[in-house]
Design a protein. Structure first.
Length: 219
């Protein structure tokens, strides 16, 4: 999962591109939320998708779009962080499907539906490892995610019902509205201990940020 300098240059380009997509479609003119407001939005809730330490003293929240190429590029990096710090850090994934992506919302709904059967992270991983098969399409391709659901052994009747349900849509839109409230300008957007961080430009830089927070937390 190590990445060379060229790969990190590509990540930088993709992060900028993701920000431009968002800015052209979703940027709102309201003022930046206060620290207190941001803290409330970032407080973990029961149905957050978490892995790593159950109650870690350090929390990393990622707002993501499954179709975002920059998110796909950061996926193996976040996996590295989970492998190194998973016993001390809580990792949280939240939805932020961008309007410019035909499959952004479709993928989020499918991931949430998979989560209703305890397979969110498995679907999450499939979507990223196979992103090139379905990303950047001109039309939505829900049938691809149905194939993934079958591969994961999900109950397909329940999966299709959940994908189309109001409760799943509301769950995804809750995270989307949080991202808008936080005035996020692209994906991936990372919050470490409730503070937004600039996307690290190397795995070592990411590790250094997490280690510093672990030291502050006495963990």
């Amino acid at each position: 999962m190590k990445m060379n300098s060229t790969a990190w240059w590509v990540i930088g380009v993709l992060v900028v591109a993701g920000g431009l997509i968002f800015l052209s479609n979703m940027l709102r003119t309201a003022s930046t939320p206060s620290t207190e407001e941001a803290s409330e939005v970032l407080t973990l809730v029961a149905d957050d998708h978490k892995k790593g330490a159950e109650d870690g003293k350090v929390v990393l929240v990622e707002y993501l779009d499954f179709e975002c190429e920059a998110c796909g590029a950061y996926y193996p990096v976040v996996k590295q962080m989970e492998e190194e710090f998973g016993n001390r850090v809580t990792f949280v994934a939240r939805y932020f499907p961008l309007q410019g992506h035909r499959n952004g919302m479709t993928a989020a709904l499918a991931a949430e539906a998979a989560g209703r059967q305890g397979k969110f992270w498995e679907m999450h991983d499939l979507m990223y490892t196979r992103q090139k098969d379905w990303g950047e399409k001109q039309v939505s391709t829900p049938e691809v995610f149905e194939e993934y659901a079958q591969e994961l052994g999900l109950n397909m009747e329940q999966f299709k019902t959940d994908v189309a349900s109001a409760s799943v849509k509301e769950r995804v839109e809750r995270n989307l509205n949080q991202a808008i409230e936080l005035k996020l300008q692209g994906t991936p957007s990372f919050f470490l201990q409730g503070k937004k961080i600039a996307n690290p430009q190397s795995p070592e830089a990411f590790k250094a940020l997490i280690r510093a927070e672990l030291e502050r937390a006495g963990s």
